[in-house]
Design a protein around this ligand. Structure first.
Ligand code: C5P
Length: 238
């Protein structure tokens, strides 16, 4: 097992689909802000596995104000990175903080969406096991269960074979050297990268390992997702 995990939480997005004055990642869920659930999950996992953990939270200027009044006091160990104009640039800013440390080699970097509070110990275990067995890039994913259609001009939409698709979740886990050198290598292409695994694949052409995601690991996107998460937290032990 790696001696340290850098756990990067990207939280600098606008969350426009959710709406309201308070960004979704700072909304209250079972007594604490949404993003604090993931911090608690990684602390529990690393505590039980005796792995050092460093949490880097990427925030917009407005997000920093929310964090100051909604979490900073309870989580003094969390380090803050500046948000970028795209998700990949937000991640790049966090990676610059990791790179500034002399002893990051041999560590694992996980990148997680702030809006996925239902992070289970089992999923963290699957990611770490795959990394320990040599995978450089590990991504949790689920087979889509809805029928999928591709939009088409002539007829509105055409059915596609859903067995060819995966619904990708976070955290995505990487050997630190691999992710940092991929971001360096792809720095001019970051704006069009939608996730970290795409950056690694574009840089190395090496396969990504996909492990089972978790159906409970929902991304809070629409207002109805918050009460759903509340019920899941009451009913399941993560
Ligand atoms: O917009 P989307 O839901 O795909 O964003 C995924 C994650 O990336 C969210 O947690 C969001 O806060 C984060 N993000 C970011 N910086 C950006 C855009 C998105 O940290 N510029």
């Amino acid at each position: 097992m790696a001696h340290r995990i850098y756990f990067v939480i990207v939280a600098a997005g606008g969350g426009t689909r959710f709406g309201g004055d308070i960004p979704k990642q700072f909304r209250q869920l079972a007594g604490k802000p949404v993003l604090c659930h993931s911090i608690d999950a990684i602390k529990t996992f690393c505590g039980a596995s005796e792995i050092d953990v460093r949490v880097i939270l990427v925030l917009s200027p407005a997000g920093k104000d929310f964090w100051k009044s909604n979490g900073a006091d309870s989580y003094p160990f969390v380090e803050i990175a500046d948000g970028g104009v795209s998700r990949a640039e937000s991640v790049a800013n966090a990676l610059a903080m990791v790179e500034a440390e002399s002893d990051y080699a041999g560590s694992i970097i996980m990148v997680h969406d702030a809006a996925r509070p239902m992070l289970s110990q089992e999923l963290l275990g699957r990611l770490m096991r795959a990394c320990s067995q040599g995978s450089q890039a590990v991504v949790p994913a689920l087979a889509p269960t809805d029928s999928l259609m591709e939009k088409a001009d002539i007829c509105g939409a055409m059915p596609v074979d859903r067995s060819s698709f995966l619904a990708v979740q976070t955290p995505q886990a990487f050997h630190a050297d691999t992710l940092i050198s991929a971001y360096r290598n792809q720095k001019d292409n970051l704006a069009r990268m939608t996730d970290e695994a795409s950056v690694v694949f574009a840089s190395t052409n090496s396969p990504i390992e996909y492990v089972d995601g978790d159906v409970r690991n929902i991304k809070i996107t629409n207002p109805a997702d918050l009460p759903l998460a509340e019920i899941l937290l009451q009913q399941c032990s993560l």
